[in-house]
Design a protein around this ligand. Structure first.
Ligand code: 5GP
Length: 186
């Protein structure tokens, strides 16, 4: 998902990066999550659903840490801006190429903030007849939660700050950083 409200902000006129998690910390945590997922889904064939664009790097690394036969699909979501805040409605910009009926779905998201995007997406996948829907999120900005979202596999909890790197952008920049940093203004 893109973040137009942040991108339009002049708050980050002179951006500075304050490292939060190193590449090594991220990979260690993903290894642990992969092990846990491998154990939990033993004997099954889950379908990973990455949420574009932010989760593309997390999904790529997480799937390599899972020792099971798994599938990978992506969805892209766009919010309706401020109206989403009240209605919780989001728009699917790119849908799945396969049906989810009877499948064990593991949604892979970069960060859960208000929870509006994920609560909509998880409900949609349930409605489509998935036999189970779980969520792996790299980051949890729990202080800002507006909708209850159960994160089954969590990388790290973070405070209310705007973060970039490891797939997360600011106006399409910084996605390629191997680490995660807080974006600050001087
Ligand atoms: P939610 O619906 O939970 O409020 O929104 C989640 C989406 O907002 C994430 O997938 C991400 O695209 C965006 N987002 C929320 N917080 C941050 C942040 O700190 N940094 C970046 N780059 N995106 C964020």
């Amino acid at each position: 998902m893109t973040t137009p409200s942040f991108a339009a902000s002049s708050e980050f006129a002179n951006p500075q990066l304050e490292p939060l998690f190193t590449a090594e910390q991220i990979q260690t945590r993903i290894g642990e999550l992969g092990q846990q997922i491998t154990n939990d889904y033993a004997g099954r064939n889950p379908l990973l659903v990455g949420v574009l664009k932010g989760a593309c790097i997390f999904a790529s690394d997480l799937m390599r840490a899972i020792d099971l036969p798994i599938g990978l699909e992506f969805m892209a979501i766009s919010s309706y801006g401020m109206s989403m805040r009240t209605s919780g409605e989001v728009r699917i910009v790119k849908d799945l190429d396969v049906g989810v009926e009877g499948r064990d779905i593991l949604v892979v998201e970069d960060i859960v903030d208000t929870g509006l995007t994920l609560s909509y997406l998880l409900a949609t996948l349930h409605q489509r007849g998935a036999s189970s829907v779980r969520l792996a999120a790299l980051l949890d900005k729990y202080e800002r939660r507006e909708r209850d979202v159960q994160i089954d596999y969590l990388g790290f909890q973070i405070p209310d700050a705007f973060v970039v790197g490891y797939g997360l952008d600011f106006a399409e920049r910084y996605r390629n950083l191997p680490y995660i940093a807080v974006l600050k203004s001087t």
